[in-house]
Design a protein around this ligand. Structure first.
Ligand code: FE
Length: 222
């Protein structure tokens, strides 16, 4: 028997999986490793690009924006970022992740973070932070709350949601989402109307914020 190595892979959910990679299993270990991104996500086995959506024209990739000073990596994998006692108006963010040639990206990761209803980020734990994967049709749903406007470092920010996204074979995108009709939008130098969600009020008092992301292909490896 050839070289035998043991590797620890930190899974996004916090559990620890042990993978024994032997010479025979090396290819499997490498395949698993390739599904991890620099942010510690692990893509599902079935992740991949699907066929183009019929009658869909090529579209530009969603614009990038700064991640700001409050990103925390290795967030929990969960679809609902609200916990018992989380104040604020419930917000369901839903949409699809597509390629520039309109293919749904299955198994793409979407990592979401925001401040709370008082304009405060949790920089010690994972309050209002978490990531999720798209389904086979490139769809995602994340439940959170509508964050408040805040001013930090002398910069006024209108309410916004921070996101990082990446699919197998796509570039990593870091950007932000915004709410239409906010009085503070006009005073926020980072705000961009191309990142406005389509927001509708739900009967239960919450909000639905819809947005489809378009991801560029990953840069070619040299
Ligand atoms: Fe922010």
């Amino acid at each position: 028997m050839g070289l035998s190595r043991r590797r620890l892979i930190k899974w996004a959910g916090g559990a620890v999986g042990v993978v024994a990679a032997t010479a025979a299993g090396g290819a499997a270990w490498l395949a698993a490793k390739m599904r991890e991104t620099e942010h510690g996500y692990t893509y599902p086995e079935s992740a991949g690009l699907l066929e183009p959506t019929p009658a869909c024209e090529d579209s530009a990739a969603t614009i990038a924006q700064t991640q700001g000073p409050y990103y925390t990596p290795n967030t929990p994998k969960r679809a609902n970022l609200r916990e018992s006692g989380t104040a604020g108006q419930p917000l369901l963010i839903a949409g699809r992740i597509l390629t520039t040639d309109c293919r749904p990206v299955a198994g793409a990761v979407i990592d979401v973070w925001s401040c709370d209803a008082e304009g405060v980020y949790d920089n010690d734990g994972f309050t209002l932070r978490g990531h999720q994967f798209t389904d086979e049709e490139g769809r995602f749903r994340i439940e959170t709350i509508k964050p408040a406007a805040y001013t930090d470092f002398g910069i006024s920010r209108t309410p916004h949601i921070h996101v990082k996204l990446q699919g197998p074979g796509t570039a990593l995108l870091t950007t932000q989402l915004y709410f239409p009709g906010e009085a503070d939008n006009a005073d926020d130098s980072i705000y961009d109307e191309r990142l406005l969600m389509n927001v509708t009020a739900l009967e239960d008092g919450g909000l639905l914020g819809e947005f489809d992301f378009v991801l560029a292909a990953a840069p070619a490896r040299v």
